[in-house]
Design a protein around this ligand. Sequence first.
Ligand SMILES: Nc1ncnc2c1ncn2[C@@H]1O[C@H](COP(=O)(O)OP(=O)(O)OP(=O)(O)O)[C@@H](O)[C@H]1O
Length: 267
Amino acid sequence: MTTSAVAVSKVSKVFNPGTPGQVDALVDVDLTIAPGEFVSLIGPSGCGKSTLLRLIADLLEPSEGAITINGKNARQARLDQDYGMAFQQAGLFEWRSVEKNIELPLELKGWDKNQRRERAHEMLELVKLPEFARHMPWQLSGGMQQRIAIARALAASPSLLLMDEPFGALDEMTREHMQAELLRICAETQTTVVFVTHSIPEAVFLSDRVVVMSPRPGRITQTIDVALGDDRDEDTREASGFYDKITEVREALRGIEQPVMGGVDDR
Ligand SMILES: Nc1ncnc2c1ncn2[C@@H]1O[C@H](COP(=O)(O)OP(=O)(O)OP(=O)(O)O)[C@@H](O)[C@H]1O
């Protein structure tokens, strides 16, 4: 039997337990992700998407339940740097050149200088920005910075990539381009991805499975298999199968109580 890439078992998360500020952020969440699978988490603001991602990354501890990454507990997986992370803000270090940003996780792993440089250049080829190695982050557009952040997240060849709205700050055209790039990179590297988004079309375009969550308390209400095929391209966005899946996800989200501020959009 193949070990799952991520196994979340009966996980609950309560913030500030026993105080007036108690928040039942997640209740009884079960989620198993196979190696190489691309899974998106979608749901209204406050339903616990980021909390679930942070629990998987061992940035938070579950109140109940257990999480394993490649069969290890989440703490060990973090120590072993089994995953890379990318967020809405690219989060590059302004005082480090592009190549030095990409080298950072390799430095932490103790790679020597030549190996690091060689790997950084391979990653720059992968994200199609080889000529920008010596540039500083502020000399790059938002989309280019985001590609560098993905290159950095993937530099140490983690088998798992955790992404929290990584394209949320990008314009629509750049965003669609980045989605296609991410799919290409993940296919080439066989990376498993857990991806948080507010966008239904983004979730449908990228994912093998879309996990729909509801707030108060946060739980998984439905999981939708997408399977648009490995040959997805820009034409896929105009195919009827794409619209059918968007409708399916939208209907799964319908009936979930929407907070006044924020929520899921159709972008
Ligand atoms: N450190 C914390 N302390 C207290 N409450 C928290 C903390 N982090 C998150 N929460 C609460 O937990 C709930 C889930 O938050 P979370 O950020 O996971 O939601 P989300 O689905 O990612 O939301 P959004 O889509 O708006 O980013 C919210 O009610 C939030 O206020």
